[in-house]
Design a protein around this ligand. Structure first.
Ligand code: AMP
Length: 508
């Protein structure tokens, strides 16, 4: 198998007649057809006046055309997929920040991005799909514009993908990922999961986020395998999709796994009839209880991995059997070098000591765009500082103990919200729990938690606080426990600790 360093070469892996992209009620697009689509798209972009390293914003619904638009456009320009759910103000920020040379939308799109692009003078390019043709086949239509980057296929140092980090407190940072970065990450994921041409991924992740783009789409294509592109995640449809797609694996964030588990009992037959090889979880910490329940329900290994936009996704991963998975850890370095650095200074710490997780490798961005301050803070001695706090054990397994900015600082005592989550999750009445920092006039910060109760269960705030205080020191016990029907999530389905106190109007 090749060690491709650009997407055009990565796409060479699949057999001509093997499926590459699949979707509900459509014939699959083969690897040969995908290669032709990529070559045609580069030629079409060049005729429109769009060339290498020109940023092309893409606003498409989740599905096969979003997957093929990403890989095909990246072969000749820079892709910038944007969340279709954004409002006009958000599109205005992103199109401006990207200095987008064009906006790609599907023909007939009602997206507010169109009016924003027109007001900014950003040309619209229409993606015209053939709903009765193979999954993901399209042509681009638009008016030619003058100028533009170099023609022909992009090479390894060209920027394939630009994403913004989902910062909740500060202005989003722009992360350029070169072809060699995304190809290295796709290869790292392929190796970690042992992906081959026989594998098919069921993609339920949004394709404007690094997880779905690289872990589902690019890793599968680089293995010569295929991706079944669902129109996003819907727990009600998941089991029917399993039956139709016949995947060997899927990858998701923990909240999706929990929604799937909640419906698993009444879908036992579908699970038995469509056996998987593995399930992958990434982008947020997977509670060990959920991992156990998933392994029991699907009778497959659940592989928790650790990813980040700036790393083109994967940094560490639990290994496949027979090597052990360690629940509560994100596994071992799986591509880049992973180390722990003292939070102040640049000393690398030995196993067992807690500090900032730092990474170094081919998959890591060379730096945020137009943001020297952020780069000065993010890179130390060639290591990229993840902003996550962790510890590596004697076997090389990394545990994420918190996100540095999420750590609750209660009058100088540092508390990892995850530790409290895990205790709350052990209470039989608790289905989901999220611990976060709440402002406090004397201590600076205080511990609070929101809880979703399991169906038909009851518990009081006092009971849950007493339960936690049996297991953790007093200073870690949430001062407030709120009960919600659902924990607010960000656009990618992640639970968001930061800003939660403010959103809930909480102060101690
Ligand atoms: P993103 O750039 O949206 O992929 O978010 C990256 C961040 O998600 C990381 O820096 C971590 O804080 C968090 N993250 C990703 N994977 C995991 C995991 N398996 N466990 C805990 N946190 C994770």
């Amino acid at each position: 198998m090749s060690a491709a360093t650009n997407i055009t070469d990565l796409l060479a892996a699949g057999r001509d007649d093997a499926p590459a992209i699949a979707a509900p009620d459509r014939p699959a697009l083969t690897h040969a057809e995908l290669r032709r689509l990529a070559a045609d798209t580069v030629a079409r972009l060049n005729r429109l006046g769009i060339g290498r390293n020109d940023p092309v914003a893409i606003v498409l619904p989740n599905g096969p055309e979003m997957a093929t638009a990403f890989v095909a456009i990246a072969c000749g320009a820079t892709t910038a997929p944007l969340n279709p759910a954004y409002r006009a103000d958000e599109f205005d920020f992103y199109l401006g920040d990207l200095a987008a040379r064009a906006l790609v939308v599907e023909r007939g799109s009602q997206s507010p991005a169109i009016a924003v692009a027109q007001a900014r003078g950003v040309p619209i390019v229409e993606l015209v799909a053939d709903p009765s043709g193979p999954a993901g086949a399209f042509v681009l239509e638009g008016a030619a514009m003058p100028g533009g980057g170099a023609h022909g296929p992009a090479d390894s140092d060209d920027v394939a993908l630009v994403l913004h980090t989902s910062g909740t407190t500060s202005r989003p940072k722009m992360v350029p990922l070169r072809h060699r970065n995304v190809c290295a990450s796709a290869r790292n994921i392929r190796v970690a999961l042992g992906l081959t041409a026989a594998d098919r991924c069921l993609n339920i992740m949004p394709l404007f986020h690094i997880h779905g783009l690289i872990a589902a789409v690019l890793s599968s294509l680089g293995a010569g395998g295929s991706v079944f592109c669902a129109p996003g995640f819907n727990a009600l449809r998941f089991f029917a999709q399993l039956s139709e797609a016949r995947p060997t694996w899927y990858t998701a964030v923990p909240t999706m796994h929990q929604a799937i588990l909640a419906r698993a009992d009444r879908n036992r037959e579908a699970i038995a009839a469509a056996p998987l090889r593995l399930i992958r979880s990434s982008s947020a910490s997977l509670p060990p209880q959920v991992m156990r329940a998933l392994e029991e329900t699907f009778s497959v290994p659940v592989i928790e991995s650790y990813g980040m936009t700036e790393a083109a996704h994967q940094m560490a991963s639990n290994p496949l059997p027979p090597r052990p998975r360690k629940p509560g850890t994100v596994g071992v370095a799986a591509g880049p070098e992973v180390a722990i650095m003292a939070e102040a200074g640049a000393a690398l710490l030995p196993p067992g000591e807690t500090g900032e997780v730092v990474i170094r490798g081919d998959n890591v961005t060379s730096g945020y765009a137009a943001n020297p301050d952020a780069n000065a803070k993010a890179f130390t001695d060639g290591w990229f500082r993840t902003g996550d706090q962790g510890v590596i054990d004697a076997d090389g397994y990394l545990t994420i103990t918190g996100r540095l900015k999420e750590l609750i600082n209660r009058g100088g005592e540092k508390i990892s919200p995850r530790e409290v989550d895990e205790v709350l999750m052990d209470h039989p009445a608790v289905d989901q729990a999220l611990t976060f920092s709440m402002p406090h006039d004397k201590l600076g910060e205080e511990v609070a938690a929101v809880v979703v109760l399991a169906a038909g269960q009851t518990a009081t705030e006092a009971e849950l606080r007493a339960f936690v205080s049996q297991r953790l020191a007093d200073f870690k016990v949430p001062r407030r426990v709120l009960f919600l029907d659902e924990i607010p999530k960000g656009a990618t389905g992640k639970l968001q600790r930061i800003g939660l106190a403010q959103r809930l109007g909480l102060t101690a």
